[in-house]
Design a protein around this ligand. Structure first.
Ligand code: F6R
Length: 608
């Protein structure tokens, strides 16, 4: 988490630094700060809280230099405070550093530097870096940064400037993303592409342990021995407008509305009624598929919930056993992954630390790794054997919406692809799913029109302290996602249960007036689910539901119903997901919360 930026050029550095940070605030917004080379010395402005605090300070107290670095923080070590904000300076004030990541051995390094007389002002892990650079500095900043980073354990993307080398900025990454933007007489570093997009579309995507040394004339990429690295320039093709709100009050609402397009784009040129499902960068023969003994799906958070949907459809349509794991658990449970395993890694950002580490572990044991990600050029997309992109476009809101529905869609497409290869299901059945899939954009448009019904339910639950989400089969997996969405942006505690599990404990929580959201889209399970609803209603619960119009018997037991258009049962949770997203959105909006920047969260979780 955290976002870093850096500028070297002919214009006032803070213009870019502040604008770039505003595009990276999704990575953390506990504090913001900049350091700029002004005349002979470094000047720093940094403030606890949102970027606007820093902007106000810069209006009163501007910085005029042409070389600078900036940071927006998601606090790890030390509370959000002015002192813990980045940039951090070396004790002599000559070296400034911004850092995204975690230095795991910072306590040892503090001790080491303490013995050499260095003092620490903040509680951060980062403050060791400028002091280490200073410790190793003997006239060559690059050498000092190399030596300092060799001492660091953990993850980092850093930007360094120094009074000793006034025109230069150095960047380096390990396990945290960093890109280099190439402009006309100006160059940039940033944690992510949107930060530089209004300045340049030409970027380098740095790999681990690659250094960038830049001044306004040019950029040199180096390895730690100082050898030059040749790298292809990556030309960004997506529209800058895609990363703006476009008239909506929040990115989340905009992104919910973008789902018909995101879903259409994700299917385009990948589904054909005649030739089946195919992917440009993921082709597997029937024999290769038959030799796979198990599929592992690994992801975190919302992406994990999409993975659960993938398990259901792959096992149902392709009859291959699938295990789904939370990445942070998978890594430490000694999974039985072998070279006969196919590992599907799901990640919107393609940078999540635990998921990336799981990918690397699986590659190390020789498994075939397929990444499903939304970010072209992300670290995971570069390290995997195969990539399928969800074509959702940039997702800025911390609460994932269009990335989730497109991930679920891709999982179902993979299931159909495997099923077609294995010839396990009738063409008619698969054609039927594909036909319904192609209609999803229109179906979702219809759901976007039932906002008033969703709002009415949001009004009823906005003041609750606890809420329950229920479902069976794929609806249970959606219940998990609905519950996560609600808690992350409205701060209402909620839990999701499989309908049949209630009697095994949680039903004890149901009392007069308890609010429950139940999802009823799986026709073969609907009678069972209705029984569960009746059980909790008879104990006083008020139950809201999502189902199809023709589900008269479900409607009879539900207190309020959100109707979704009829579609194939494998696809229905994608459609119902839109109602869950809108519900979370309206509850948070009625409570007056900052929807795109929920407390304690950040979009890209690049720490373990
Ligand atoms: C919730 C949310 C998170 C992410 C999770 C994984 O709305 O967005 O739970 O799904 O942090 O992130 P990615 O998909 O980038 O690996």
């Amino acid at each position: 988490m955290c976002g870093i930026v850096g500028y070297v050029g002919e214009k006032r550095a803070t213009n870019f630094l502040v604008e770039g940070l505003s595009k990276l605030e999704y990575r953390g917004y506990d504090s913001a700060g900049v350091a700029v080379q002004e005349g002979e010395s470094l000047s720093v402005r940094k403030h606890k809280g949102r970027l606007t605090n820093l902007e106000k300070e810069l209006e009163k107290n501007s910085l005029e230099g042409y070389v600078g670095i900036g940071h927006t923080r998601w606090a790890t070590h030390g509370a959000p405070s002015d002192t813990n904000s980045h940039p951090h300076l070396s004790n002599n004030g000559k070296i400034a550093v911004v850092h995204n990541g975690i230095i795991e051995n910072y306590i040892e390094l503090r001790k080491f530097l303490g013995e050499k007389g260095y003092k620490f002002l903040s509680e951060t892990d980062t403050e060791v870096i400028p002091n280490l650079v200073d410790y190793y500095y003997d006239g060559n900043l690059f050498d000092a940064v190399v030596k300092a980073t060799e001492r660091l354990e953990g993850s980092f993307a850093i930007g360094v400037i120094s009074e000793e080398d006034k025109d230069t900025l150095i960047g380096v990454r390990k396990d945290s993303p960093l890109i280099v933007g190439l402009g006309e007489n100006e160059n940039f570093i940033a944690s992510d592409i949107p930060a530089v997009l209004s300045y340049t579309r030409k970027v380098y995507l740095l790999e681990d342990e690659e250094f960038v040394l830049m001044n306004k004339e040019g950029v040199t990429l180096l390895d730690k021995k100082g050898n030059k690295i040749d790298k292809e320039i990556f030309n960004v093709t997506w529209d800058e407008k895609a990363a703006e709100k476009g008239g909506f009050d929040s990115f989340m609402l905009k992104e919910i509305h973008e789902q018909p397009k995101a879903i259409r784009d994700t299917m385009t040129s990948r589904i054909s009624m005649e030739h089946g499902v195919f992917f440009d960068d993921f082709k597997i023969s029937k024999e290769e598929l038959e030799s796979i003994d198990r599929i592992y799906i690994v992801a975190c958070g919302t992406a994990y919930h999409a993975g659960l949907m993938g398990k259901a459809s792959i096992e149902r349509l392709a009859k291959i056993p699938v295990e789904v794991d939370i990445a942070s658990e998978f890594r430490y449970r000694n999974p039985l992954v072998t070279e006969k395993s196919l590992v599907i890694i799901l990640s919107q950002s393609g940078e999540t630390a635990d998921t990336l580490a799981a990918l690397r572990d699986c590659k190390n044991v020789g498994a075939r790794v397929l990444v499903v990600t939304n970010v072209v050029g992300s670290t995971m997309s570069r390290e995997a054997d195969h990539v399928i992109y969800t074509m959702a476009g940039p997702e800025i809101s911390v609460a994932s919406t269009k990335a989730y529905t497109t991930q679920v869609l891709v999982m179902h497409m993979i299931a159909i692809y495997f099923s077609e290869l294995r010839e396990l299901n009738s063409k008619e059945e698969l054609d039927n799913i594909k036909k319904e899939m192609l209609m999803l954009p229109e179906v979702i448009e219809e759901v976007l029109n039932i906002k008033e019904d969703v709002k009415a339910i949001a009004e009823e639950i906005k003041d609750e302290k606890d809420l329950y989400f229920l479902g069976r089969g794929m609806d249970f997996f959606l219940a998990l996602e609905g519950s996560l969405k609600l808690k992350e942006i409205s701060y209402i505690h909620s839990e999701a249960y499989a309908g049949g599990e209630l009697k095994h404990g949680p039903i004890a929580l149901i009392e007069e007036g308890t609010k429950v959201v139940s999802i009823l889209t799986q026709k073969n399970l609907i009678d069972k689910m209705i029984s569960n609803v009746v059980e909790i209603k008879s104990r006083g619960a008020k139950v809201f539901g999502v189902t199809f119009k023709d589900m008269a018997k479900a409607c009879q037991v539900l207190d309020k119903v959100l109707f979704i258009p009829e579609t194939h049962e494998i696809l229905a949770p994608i459609v119902a997901a839109v109602t869950m997203q809108l519900l979370a959105y309206y509850v948070a909006s009625l409570k007056g919360f900052d929807i795109d920047k929920p407390r304690n969260l950040a979009k890209s979780v690049t720490v373990e």
